[in-house]
Design a protein around this ligand. Structure first.
Ligand SMILES: *[C@@H]1O[C@H](CO)[C@@H](O)[C@H](O)[C@H]1NC(C)=O
Ligand SMILES: *[C@@H]1O[C@H](CO)[C@@H](O)[C@H](O)[C@H]1NC(C)=O
Ligand SMILES: *[C@@H]1O[C@H](CO)[C@@H](O)[C@H](O)[C@H]1NC(C)=O
Ligand SMILES: *[C@@H]1O[C@H](CO)[C@@H](O)[C@H](O)[C@H]1NC(C)=O
Ligand SMILES: *[C@@H]1O[C@H](CO)[C@@H](O)[C@H](O)[C@H]1NC(C)=O
Ligand SMILES: *[C@@H]1O[C@H](CO)[C@@H](O)[C@H](O)[C@H]1NC(C)=O
Length: 222
């Protein structure tokens, strides 16, 4: 008798635990009030400059320079083939995921591919461009007074993994690996992997979230 009731309690407990887990899993959807600072890792291509990057990312060359001073001599000296961190605000998109919606003014000849892989340096994807701009046919984007929605995903952290509150959305390129990114960012490989469970850092495509150092926005702007 005693044994049986213990078993029942155990089962009831298990059901509660599973329900609780379900609640937490479903809550991967964001709440509209959720917001945090974020950075986008922008790979600078040949012929590019901070003014252009600022125009794309709703900020200025000076602000971008302030975030990347340590690696640059002045705001006009950005080297192509390097990356710069660009600040933006991370918020809840449609109550379903964390991201930021940038606006891009169409120029004749633009395709979702050039916007995603060049102008936004793979911080978004062709698929996301087509999804968020479904009113325009991918092969015939009107070039007069058209603004495209460019959605870049971001993270505000995960209390189950650690206390970092600032994250870099980091598009992976050929040649990147868990070891190379860990070394460059001075973070442990296990910490990086824990924030990106199951992700192959060598896959050369997609993006990962990298915890930003203790650089606070307050310090940078003051
Ligand atoms: C900055 O880069 C953009 C895009 O490549 C280019 O159109 C523009 O001329 C560049 N500006 C300067 C001052 O080099
Ligand atoms: C948000 O959802 C509405 C309705 O489901 C949809 O029309 C709109 O395009 C969505 N916007 C974004 C940015 O996902
Ligand atoms: C974006 O990704 C595509 C496909 O992997 C690649 O060809 C392109 O060079 C990347 N763009 C940048 C700016 O890194
Ligand atoms: C951003 O996240 C949403 C939801 O997980 C996903 O559907 C979308 O493809 C992601 N966007 C990019 C650019 O990867
Ligand atoms: C790298 O991180 C360790 C531990 O967080 C710290 O002690 C060290 O000073 C850092 N090195 C650099 C070059 O930032
Ligand atoms: C990760 O991706 C790279 C490139 O696609 C591949 O060569 C490698 O085998 C993958 N590693 C694992 C553990 O799947």
């Amino acid at each position: 008798m005693k044994f049986r009731s213990t078993q029942m309690e155990f089962r009831t407990g298990l059901v509660f635990f599973l329900l609780l887990r379900l609640c937490f899993e479903a809550s991967s959807d964001c709440s509209t009030s959720q917001t945090c600072d974020a950075l986008g890792s922008y790979y600078v291509w040949e012929g590019n400059n901070l003014t252009f990057i600022g125009d794309m990312m709703s900020t200025t060359d000076v602000t971008i320079y302030n975030f990347n001073k340590a690696a640059m001599t002045n705001k006009d000296s950005v080297q192509w083939g390097t990356r710069v961190n660009v600040p933006f605000t991370c918020g809840c998109i449609n109550g379903s995921f964390l991201g930021h919606e940038f606006q891009y003014d169409v120029v004749t000849g633009d395709t979702y591919d050039t916007v995603a892989t060049k102008y936004y340096s793979n911080l978004t994807t062709v698929e996301a461009m087509a999804w968020f701009n479904s009113e325009y046919p991918a092969n015939n984007i009107p070039n007069v007074n058209t603004q495209l929605k460019v959605v870049v995903n971001c993270s505000c952290g995960d209390s189950k993994v650690g206390n970092y509150g600032l994250f870099i959305t980091y598009p992976l390129r050929d040649g990147d690996s868990l070891a190379s990114i860990a070394e460059k960012e001075n973070l442990s490989e296990s910490l990086l992997q824990n924030y990106n469970p199951g992700v192959n850092f060598s896959r050369g495509t997609g993006y990962v979230y990298i915890p930003g150092k203790g650089v606070s926005f307050f310090v940078l702007f003051s």
